[in-house]
Design a protein around this ligand. Structure first.
Ligand SMILES: Nc1nc2c(ncn2[C@@H]2O[C@H](COP(=O)(O)OP(=O)(O)OP(=O)(O)O)[C@@H](O)[C@H]2O)c(=O)[nH]1
Ligand SMILES: [Mg+2]
Length: 339
């Protein structure tokens, strides 16, 4: 219905512009053109009695459009929203192959993004929406950050990451048990510099592998690498002292992994964040910022701004149903071929 109204609106616009060409005396900017065009077309200063049938039709279509869409063309929610409702964008950022897409799928409990062991599987940012009764998280999965983009596609991918870094209200930095940031990485230093202004949490992923590596391997390991959860958390606390939390996670265990549950509750502002953190086992030193012993639902709520939902509560992604089906097929094929 909304699409049909838009079509009619465009037709009305083009008919008017063809039949009533403008006689502008001076070159005008696109903005001025639009302002004069819409003033002429919709004639806000005119009463309906002075309008032609075509103008009245245009005004009616415009008010129908205004009623159909909320700000920025998004569909308004039909349910009543509490004034304490929170919503915002959560950027999922990290080096290639850390498990960003696996984490997003686990957080929203949906196979939205393809996750493979091939680095740079994700090529553009993908939106996944999680709506609860009190908040809406708009997750943005991003391509893995690389130091020196070698070709145009990679440059574009890094631009996508920069965009997400800038526009997200919360940053989730995903690393794995073994990795530390690339020294002098431009994007990571941006995160470091703004960690006081923009809430950030670190996910130390692939913790299931902790039992499979020799803890003494760190003695001979190359500089910066960690192999235990304790070391990884301590190291990341050193890089990001103001990070709200550093959570050990095994994203490939799915939506009910205790780490995934803790991250979800932290981002939604509870309920039940302290219990979820307790379920992680004995607190690892450095999980919380210096001097902080634990986090409450109220602490977590401060991360997201108070705002009505940005998307209709039925929205799960900005991708089409066809895209999601294709992803599931891909995931199925990949799992099958590696069995
Ligand atoms: N063992 C283990 N493997 C994981 C975990 N999470 C993800 N993986 C695997 O790590 C690989 C990379 O996962 P992705 O989710 O595609 O990683 P990504 O960060 O999105 O990668 P890019 O999109 O290429 O940047 C896949 O083979 C996943 O199955 C985990 O918790 N444990
Ligand atoms: Mg990915």
């Amino acid at each position: 219905m909304a699409r049909a109204v838009v079509m009619v609106w465009f037709c009305a616009r083009s008919t008017c512009s063809l039949s009533e060409p403008f006689a502008f005396s001076a070159p005008i900017t696109n903005t001025r053109y639009k302002a004069r065009f819409s003033a002429r077309l919709f004639g806000t200063s005119k009463s309906k009695d002075d309008m032609s049938e075509k103008e009245i039709k245009a005004v009616d279509i415009r008010s129908e459009l205004d009623n159909a869409f909320d700000y920025e063309g998004r569909l308004p929610s039909t349910r009543s929203i509490s004034p304490d409702f929170r919503s915002g964008f959560v950027g999922i950022i990290g080096a290639p192959n850390m498990g960003k897409s696996t984490l997003l799928n686990a957080l929203i409990e949906m196979d939205l993004c393809v996750a493979t062991n091939r680095p740079q599987t994700t090529r553009h940012s993908i939106l996944g929406v999680l709506t609860t009764t009190e908040s809406q998280l708009c997750f943005l999965d991003t391509p893995g950050v690389i130091e020196d983009p070698a070709y145009k596609l990679q440059e574009g991918m890094m631009e996508a990451v920069k965009g997400v870094l800038k526009s997200s209200d919360i940053r989730v930095i995903v690393t794995d048990l073994f990795s530390t940031p690339i020294p002098d990485d431009e994007l990571f230093s941006k995160v470091q510099k703004s960690q006081k202004q923009k809430p950030c949490i670190v996910v130390v992923n692939k913790c299931d592998l902790a039992d499979k590596v020799n803890p003494n391997a760190k003695v001979n390991s190359e500089e910066g690498r960690t192999v235990t959860i304790v070391d990884a958390v301590a190291k990341w606390r050193g890089f990001l002292p103001d990070a709200m939390a550093i959570i050990p996670v095994s994203a490939s265990n799915g939506p009910n992994d205790p780490g995934v549950v803790a991250v979800r509750r932290l981002l939604t502002g509870g309920p039940g964040l302290p219990a979820a953190l307790r379920d992680l086992g004995r607190p690892v030193p450095g999980m919380f910022a210096y001097g902080v012993k634990g986090l409450t639902d109220e602490d977590a709520k401060l991360m997201l701004p108070k705002s009505p939902p940005l998307y209709d509560e039925e929205t799960l992604t900005d991708r089409s149903e066809r895209y999601v089906k294709k992803q599931s097929l891909w995931i199925g094929l990949i799992c099958h071929s590696f069995q």
